[in-house]
Design a protein around this ligand. Structure first.
Ligand code: FES
Length: 127
């Protein structure tokens, strides 16, 4: 018996011209919250919530050198692969950031495929 082949499902989430360079938007696909952003590398799509304590990264996340840094405790993720570069380092003194960092196990940010087609931004979820 042949197993059905899972098809890629691209989700149209917004018009391309609604996302200017340097901007981020939070969107939902079903029950999943994602963030799309446009930087000087192009378009990117990630999970919307910081893996540390679920802050929405579209609100205050700083994009720099191919990474995004959460504004709350400065957890930093690589936007190419979602890997953690720094886990809850803020604030350094007192060692509050490190203590709060231990409240949740370190884990990478989900990265999704994204494309522009016919004036729309489309996302292919990673699972
Ligand atoms: S919620 Fe993002 S670093 Fe703590």
């Amino acid at each position: 018996m042949d197993l059905p082949i899972k098809e890629d499902i691209w989700h149209r989430i917004m018009k391309s011209d609604k996302l200017k360079s340097g901007k981020k938007k939070m969107k939902t696909i079903g029950l999943r919250s994602i963030m799309v952003l446009r930087d000087n590398e192009g378009l990117r799509a990630t999970d919307a919530l910081c893996r540390h304590m679920a802050w929405p990264l579209a609100y205050g996340g700083k994009v720099e050198d191919g990474c995004i840094t959460c504004p709350l405790h400065k957890t930093k993720y690589d936007l190419e692969n979602g890997q953690v570069k720094e886990w809850s380092p803020f604030p350094l003194f007192p060692l509050y950031g490190k203590i709060v960092g231990k409240m949740r196990k370190q884990s990478p940010l989900g990265i999704h495929k994204v494309r522009e087609l016919d004036g729309w931004i489309e996302v292919l979820l990673n699972d």
